[in-house]
Ligand binder design. Sequence first.
Ligand code: GTP
Ligand code: MG
Length: 180
Amino acid sequence: MREDVRILLVGEPKVGKTSLIMSLVSEEFPEEVPARAEEITIPADVTPERIPTHIIDYSASEQTDDELQDEINRANVVCVVYDVNKESTIKKIQSKWIPLVNGRTEKGNRIPVILVGNKSDLQGASSMETILPIMNQFMEIETCVECSAKNLKNISELFFYAQKAVLHPTAPLYNPEDKQ
Ligand code: GTP
Ligand code: MG
């Protein structure tokens, strides 16, 4: 059986990765956050799946590309965070983050990915219309969730989905790439 789960948050600068982690831990929105949160470990008995869970932050201002790649290699699941109000942060899911996470991994070995649309408190329209084609393009995307670190919406859900993606991965019904 698996001993623990490592959840890594990545995404463009200022989308709210650190705020999401701090909101989860303190159950309130931190007005000021460091660039990168310390690694936190949630003890087994307070996680939904009863398994120790590590949450790891990433910040381009504090880490090199090599350090990022090391963290990706150690992660069991990667949350790609975007800002629901900023299309440029959504574009980078396809052009940068998914290739970085799984570009070099073998087909059967892909790291599960959760798409996390943060800042839903500032939201005009839902980002789902833009996100759905991306979900269809990449089989490793387990699910997507819109949330807000500010009003604490869907924060615990997001970490639950991440845990679940590792412990109970959903096997794809068929792999479109195998059909070609
Ligand atoms: P880097 O470490 O630079 O990559 O940024 P980050 O992704 O960790 O973002 P950070 O948590 O520092 O948040 C960036 C800004 O967005 C801060 O001013 C936060 O207060 C704000 N912010 C974060 N989450 C939310 C949210 O859910 N709603 C709103 N309105 N603002 C948010
Ligand atoms: Mg940060």
